[in-house]
Design a protein around this ligand. Structure first.
Ligand code: NAD
Length: 497
């Protein structure tokens, strides 16, 4: 796709971005900005307002006012539904712009935009539907001494602080925004410092929907500034966080001051298990893209590839051959399948794991070195990398790398597959490739992870819950289960006789 000064999204040409507080676009109170960089070229593409504690105070006050006293309280479920549907229509109309922004700011290949569009619009429309489907229950009670009518009400939890990472800026935002609007909460949103632009553009469109001032506020900035202030703020009722385990732990501790509710969508080291009876034409590309999709910057990526010992060599050969066919390049090129890593920092992190894997004794059979040839010399490109002969206690088998790096290990038999699969502190995704329905069910029951994908990987639907076991966190994104995290349940007793 050729981007020129004429078709560049306006957000990239209109000067430093601002914060959205109480319905007004304003500069950060410090006046500071920071640069955001195109990872395909290493060039600065925009200056972002650097919000900090003072801005978070103002944004929380605006969200608090909108929740406690504003017209939002009087919005019926149907009215909130309309806001979300209007937003969906606006996003649909402007989707190409979002695809370009995310390609230029975080390196998401532009070729993913057809799937991304469907995913984002289906999520928004699902949340719109849910706005009119939330209800309490009437409950039969056994209370002696009179007649009592008892029922429950579901009420919005209040002001939500949403803090997200950079690797799926639109989806992460909508996963938080959708339930906020559907349930009648208000929000202060802190995007990642690596990918603020699509969140800001989405908020601009939100302002066109007729949403009251202060219902949604955006404070861009860094984790140690705006993020930490939001997590600790006494005016916030709930933090919805997606990001790393280390930050999740800090947020949990910061939340203790007012015992705010916390949901945590954290990292992973997901097992992907291939049996000898699998359909190899499905399993080879499936296992490759389970790890290499979005340049491996996916929390539930299948990075521990467990292969039945009888096909270990053959499968590794086919996997490495497939990995070498994947086209790595600028996120805006229409042939690109694997884009750059998001930042110089992430490049350094992934490169250090490439060195570590070799030092630990694993064998590289595809990729393994940063690409610095013509056209890729200034970007942060790492090719799909396959390490074979990985041992379960190696650090590359235990730690989240968050790049296009898969480690393969042999296993023997069903029970060992389950044991090896569960040999991790994480529990986010998992995959199984087999034609045997008994093996599929056994592993669906015995893998301790929030998602089990059988003969497929990374399937997502607005109606299906997504989230973690163990140190991958708690709470769910999408699906009915998510709504309880944004709602309080009130018990009402009425003496009727
Ligand atoms: P990160 O934890 O460094 O940052 C995430 C967000 O937290 C950013 O907005 C950051 O500014 C903010 N932050 C940082 N320090 C903070 C603090 N002390 N207090 C409050 N906020 C703070 O993560 P990242 O590098 O942006 O993203 C990658 C991580 O996210 C990976 O571990 C990945 O697995 C995880 N992730 C999880 C999911 C999921 O659904 N489970 C989805 C995507 C990414």
């Amino acid at each position: 796709m050729s981007i020129t000064a004429q078709n560049l999204p306006a957000i990239l040409t209109s000067g430093p971005t601002q914060l959205l507080i109480g319905g007004k676009w304003v500069d950060a109170s410090s006046g500071k900005t920071f640069a955001t960089v195109n990872p395909s070229t290493g060039e600065t593409i925009a200056q972002i307002a650097e919000g900090d504690r003072e801005d978070i105070d103002r944004a929380v006050a605006a969200a608090r006012h909108a929740f406690d006293e504003g017209p939002w309280r009087k919005f019926k479920p149907y009215d909130r539904q309309e806001i979300i549907l209007r937003l969906a229509d606006l996003v649909d109309r402007h989707f190409e712009e979002f695809a370009v922004i995310d390609a230029m700011e975080m390196g998401e290949p532009i070729t993913r935009r057809t799937n991304a569009r469907r995913r984002i619009l289906s999520l928004l429309r699902y949340y719109a539907g849910m706005a009119t489907a939330i209800h309490g229950e009437t409950v039969e009670n056994s209370m002696p001494g009179g007649d009592f009518t008892t029922f429950t009400r579901k009420e919005p939890v209040g002001v939500v602080g949403a803090i997200v990472p950079w690797n799926g800026p639109m989806v992460s935002w909508i996963w938080k925004l959708g339930p906020v609007l559907a349930t009648g909460c208000t929000a202060v949103y802190k995007p990642s410092e690596e990918a603020s632009l699509s969140a800001i553009r989405l908020a601009e469109l939100l302002c066109e929907t007729g949403i009251p001032d202060g219902v949604v506020n955006i404070v861009t900035g860094f984790g140690h500034g705006a993020g930490a202030a939001l997590a600790a703020h006494p005016g916030v009722d709930k933090i919805a966080f997606t990001g790393s385990v280390e930050t999740g732990q800090k947020i949990l501790m910061a939340s203790a001051g007012n015992l705010k509710r916390v949901t945590l969508e954290l990292g992973g080291k997901s097992p992907d298990i291939v049996f000898a009876d699998a359909d190899m034409d499905l399993a080879v590309p499936g296992a490759a893209m389970a790890c290499f999709g979005n340049t491996g910057q996916v929390c539930s990526a299948g990075t521990r590839l467990l292969i039945e010992d009888t096909i270990y060599d053959e499968f590794n050969e086919r996997l490495a051959a497939y990995a070498k066919t994947l086209k790595v390049g600028s996120a805006l090129e229409t042939e690109t399948q694997i884009g750059p890593l998001v930042s110089q920092k992430q490049l350094a992190r992934v490169s250090s794991y490439l060195d570590l894997g070799r030092a630990e004794g694993a064998k590289v059979i595809s990729g393994g070195e940063r690409l610095t040839d013509a056209g890729r010399d200034r970007g942060y490109f790492v090719p799909p990398t396959v390490f074979r002969d990985v041992e379960p206690d190696m650090r590359i088998a235990r730690e989240e790398i968050f790049g296009p790096v898969v480690g393969t290990m042999p296993f023997s038999g069903l029970e060992e597959a389950a044991r090896r699969g569960n040999d991790t502190h994480f529990g986010l995704g998992s995959g199984v490739w087999t034609r045997d329905v008994s093996k599929a069910h056994y592993l669906a029951n015995n893998i301790r992870a929030g998602s089990v994908w059988i003969n497929c990987y990374q399937m997502m639907d607005p109606a299906m819950p997504f989230g973690g076991y163990k140190m991958s966190g708690y709470g769910r994104e999408s699906g009915i289960a998510q709504f309880d995290d944004y709602l309080n349940v009130k018990a009402v007793w009425i003496r009727t006789a």
